[in-house]
Ligand binder design. Structure first.
Ligand code: PEP
Ligand code: MG
Length: 567
């Protein structure tokens, strides 16, 4: 049994098809210039034709975004800088076309690989893919054609290039396992898009199996078993059937309403870290964004992002989701999230220290820049600004006052600002939960941050392993804080959401529904499962369940109660 990273979900049993790129070394050799130049141009043309053909074949199976990878490949093949350097080397050194391509390609790849930015690292993979093809043409080596596979197999390879992956025919390529790669490598992304189960980063797989061995692949947990016993095969077949059934069933819910059997509506929305994640929320039937953690914008940068950079990012999310609501959380830095360019004094308890809104109300220059960018973006959709880590009414008032000041400043400058944006807060400090009815008079909405609310209620550092048993979302003490918050909001006619991990927990959903939570924000991949749960429940029953849960004294009892009530 081997373990890798589950990159594209599914379960499958099939025989092994080992796919290895022909390996060859290119020696330094001389070649008459004219011959070398002609060979080079021929190989370049044939490679471009190959890429165009692969793209055509993949059209309809891949999304426009993935197909764009092949445009990037064509751009490499058509890059004048690359061709110029190869030609110069042939002209100046009299070397063979293959040698010149090899040398220039290596230089380009090394350069791009040395850059920090993941975008450029991806470009290095593109250059490798394209120049390998050119070299194969020059060396007379045939690249094995994966589209010729005509029986059900699991492909085992060191790595798969985007052009390899695009050629896979789902009817026969039942899955793949690679030695290298991560969840975000090109091959992994394409496998998800093609819906082919895949495990990447599975060290040792090439040595562990031979062609025609039987392979059981569980791409839900990353397990690969070579030549499994009969009972394992049977078990995997059952898992596969169950998974396929569930997937189909969930897919049907993509455009379904998030409504209980007796007609109570809630909103199921997604948590995102970058504008790119918005698409994943839409693909999974999300009705909006309930938490955009903007700190990643600051963390992925070498200096404070400018107002313009921030404006572009917020606008992109609002436009992508429009007319659905987008809750953007202002900078929540500190605690475990640090910025290299913004030194924060060392503290004994950073989670209890100078962070989030506390820092923003001190460094108002940073805060005002973000607020301006948000207000400028507000005209592109349904914006809801949310402050993190609010403990006192004074903090909320101070933060909101800055928003209103910047709104007035922008309007005075003649910049458009939406009339309907909301200003709310996270409830993640017990003091705020307990005083929710007062906060609700001034905030447009709440979103309960259970990740922090639980750590502060239990006095248990969320990063500490030894005390991780105290992370108890279902502990009645937490449920009572959640109830106080929801009731506080409703008393003033405001809405209350939740964006901590608890909101996507299938056991917690029935209780939260019963407590009257209006909006559940979770990772995109949990949305459809949560919708299935909500649609199965009866709101009146869920209320009774929640009432009973509040009378219990242990998290385990609440869990048992939910399991007993919701079959
Ligand atoms: C939370 O605390 O629950 C939350 C959603 O915020 P974060 O996990 O980013 O602290
Ligand atoms: Mg938090």
């Amino acid at each position: 049994m081997l373990k890798g990273i589950a990159a594209s979900s599914g379960v499958v049993v099939a025989k092994v098809f080992k796919y290895e790129h022909p390996v060859f070394t290119i020696e330094k050799q001389e070649e008459p210039k004219e011959v070398a130049l002609e060979k080079f141009h021929n190989a370049l043309e044939r490679s471009k034709e190959d890429i165009t053909k692969i793209k055509e074949k993949a059209a309809g199976r891949l999304s426009p975004e993935e197909l764009a990878i092949f445009d990037a490949h064509l751009m490499v093949a058509e890059d004048p800088e690359f061709a110029d350097q190869v030609e110069a080397m042939i002209n100046n050194d009299g070397v063979s076309a293959a040698y010149a391509v090899d040398q220039v390609a290596n230089q380009f790849v090394t350069m791009f690989e040395s850059l920090e930015d993941p975008y450029f690292k991806e470009r290095a993979a593109d250059i490798k893919d394209v120049t390998y093809r050119i070299k194969c043409h020059l060396m007379g080596v045939k690249i094995p054609d994966l589209s010729l596979i005509n029986e059900e197999v699991i492909i085992v390879a060191n790595d798969l290039t985007p052009s390899d992956t695009a050629q896979l025919d789902k009817q026969f390529a039942k899955g793949f396992v690679t030695e290298v790669g991560g969840r975000t490598s090109h091959s992994a992304i394409m496998a998800r898009s093609l819906e082919i189960p895949a495990i990447v980063g599975c060290t040792g797989i090439l040595k562990a199996c031979q062609n025609d061995d039987c392979l059981a692949l569980n791409a839900l947990d990353g397990t690969v078993i070579v030549n499994p016993a009969e009972d394992v095969i049977k078990d995997y077949a059952e898992k596969a059937a169950k998974y396929a059934e569930e997937k189909e069933e969930l897919k049907k819910l993509k455009n379904a309403a998030s409504v209980s059997v007796d007609g109570h509506h809630v909103e199921l929305v997604g948590n995102i870290g970058t504008p790119k994640d918005a698409q994943g929320v839409l693909d999974n039937g999300g009705e909006g964004v309930g938490l955009y953690r903007t700190e990643f914008l600051y963390m992925n940068s070498n200096e404070l992002p400018t107002e313009e950079e921030q404006f572009e990012a917020y606008k992109a999310v609002l436009e992508a989701m429009n007319p659905r609501p987008v809750v953007v959380r202002t900078l929540d830095i500190g605690g475990d999230k640090k910025l290299p360019y913004l030194p924060i004094p060392e503290e004994m308890n950073p989670f209890l220290g100078y962070r989030a809104i506390r820092l923003c109300l001190d460094r108002t220059d940073i805060f005002r820049t973000q607020v301006r960018a948000l207000l400028r973006a507000s005209v592109y959709g349904d914006l809801r600004i949310m402050f993190p880590m609010i403990a006192t009414i004074n903090e909320f008032r101070a933060a909101k006052a800055i928003v209103k000041e910047e709104e007035a400043n922008l309007r005075a400058e003649g910049v458009a600002v939406s009339d309907n944006y909301q200003v709310g807060m996270m409830v993640e400090i017990p003091a705020a939960a307990i005083l929710a009815d007062q906060f609700a008079k001034e905030a447009d909405f709440f979103s309960i941050g259970t990740n922090d609310l639980i750590q502060y209620s239990m006095a248990a550092d969320r990063m500490s392993k030894p005390v991780s048993y105290l992370y108890q979302p279902l502990n009645p003490s937490i449920l009572r804080l959640v109830k106080l918050t929801i009731d506080g909001a409703h008393k003033e006619g405001k809405w209350c959401g939740m964006c901590g991990e608890m909101a996507g927990d299938e056991i917690a959903v029935p209780v939260l529904l019963g407590l009257g939570l209006d909006e559940f924000s979770m990772s995109a991949t949990s949305i459809l499962k949560a919708r299935r749960m909500v649609r199965k429940l009866n709101y009146e029953d869920a209320k009774k369940l929640a009432d009973e849960a509040l009378t219990l004294c242990r998290a385990e009892e609440v869990e048992e109660l939910v399991k007993k009530t919701v079959k």
